[in-house]
Design a protein around this ligand. Sequence first.
Ligand code: 13P
Length: 237
Amino acid sequence: MGKLVVANWKMNKTIGEAEEFCSHFDKRAGNYMICCSATLIKPVFDCLKDRSKVGAQNICAYEEGAYTGEISAKMVKDAGADVTILGHSERRHIFNETNDDLRKKLDIANKYGLQVIFCVGETLEEHDNIESVLVNQLEILTKEDLGNLIIAYEPVWAIGTGKVATEEDILVAHKIVKDYVKRNYGNDVKVLYGGSVKPENAAEILKLNCVDGVLVGGASLDPVKFESLIKTANEVL
Ligand code: 13P
């Protein structure tokens, strides 16, 4: 099956562009998921149905009702999403999403059976205190969340900057996450690495035993690059 490659398209692509991208993956098998904007979930789902899971990038902390501008877990599920990213650093830092917000979102995701890709990561200033920063982000998880949860370690300083964490950085961070989850919940958890992953550096990252896959922003927008990442992830085992 290979390691997992998850596209995070962020706020990119029209419906036409998403369909054009998906047409490259018509008959391609591979262990990948595409997390896209809410308007793209249904078209991506319709194109890739049996070949890949489609995911949202966020859900509302509330179930339904008077929350103008928000999109619920039930809605993304209805459009075809099986997965949602939660706690991406852009949500935490640009939209001030807190641990309390994320706890509510995890509850709603669990209620609607959405798999969660839960993002953690430290800023450059926090790098020296990486363990306490990651533990603070992980502390909101419960045993119930961990049944089907994937964690993505994304150092904030490596997102969209071209700076990739070193092998040592990745080993340290993934060990902190995996040990914390094992110690506190008794579970093994899959941990993805994210931050400036591209075809040129993917093999180096994916060959690390502690890396169960990658969460990819910029390079996931291009079908040729994305396909190359899937191929690499499939070959490293
Ligand atoms: P880039 O791959 O563009 O650095 O983005 C990483 C990311 O934020 C994925 O969620």
